[in-house]
Write a protein that binds this ligand. Structure first.
Ligand SMILES: [Fe+2]
Ligand SMILES: [Fe+2]
Length: 201
């Protein structure tokens, strides 16, 4: 006799309809806690950080998001700025793409694109010091999100390593994270595929 709160199978192909209905039911409260797990990861980024920088990875995200908010950016941009490096911990060599996948179901398309590509755009500021092509971003010159990504990096990312900047606290951004992750995932009305929103000038 199996526990009524667990499935009967040990291999997925043997699962019954009841098993999968049970899993679908139990997945709902798990999905509802995504925002909490994201916030936990941000807090972790304030504890285990990259050596050498003058601020923690959490502080960098807070500073980026604060700059975005003070520039008059909308909710999607602010949360995108806050979470643009959330993938640092698990995918340090690929963090931009992981960060984009975390937010992609819940934010506008252009915000996810910018977060996905910010790594290559950021090379403009330091790539030459390693002998890399600092203009590698130019391969996206014709992409409709090119200007947004360039502005995002210039105003909110590369500028946000200042230990003296008065960033807003994580508590300020928590309701915004909850609002974004509380949206229906992959909702076309949220994603607005192909639409490019103007960043504040
Ligand atoms: Fe980054
Ligand atoms: Fe960053």
């Amino acid at each position: 006799m199996t526990d009524p709160d667990t499935v009967s199978f040990t291999t997925m192909k043997d699962g019954t309809r009841e098993d999968y209905e049970l899993l679908a039911r139990l997945e709902k409260p798990f999905l509802a806690l995504t925002a909490d797990r994201v916030l936990d990861e941000l807090r972790r980024a304030g504890e285990t950080s990259l050596e050498g920088y003058r601020i923690t990875r959490l502080d960098h995200g807070l500073q980026s998001a604060t700059r975005a908010e003070r520039d008059g950016a909308d909710l999607d941009w602010i949360v995108g700025a806050l979470l643009h490096d959330i993938g640092d911990g698990l995918a340090p060599q690929n963090h931009d793409r992981l960060s984009a996948e975390v937010i992609r179901p819940f934010v506008r398309w252009d915000v996810a694109w910018v977060v996905e590509h910010h790594g290559i755009f950021q090379m403009l500021y330091y790539g030459h010091h390693y002998g890399w092509d600092r203009n590698a971003r130019d391969r996206f010159r014709d992409h409709p999100c090119f200007d947004s990504c360039a502005t995002f990096c210039e105003r909110w990312d590369q500028s946000s390593f200042d230990p003296d900047y008065d960033s807003l606290r994580l508590e300020h951004f928590e309701p915004m994270v909850r609002a974004v992750f509380g949206r229906k995932a992959h909702d076309p009305a949220v994603i607005r595929e192909g639409f490019v929103s103007a960043l504040p000038a």
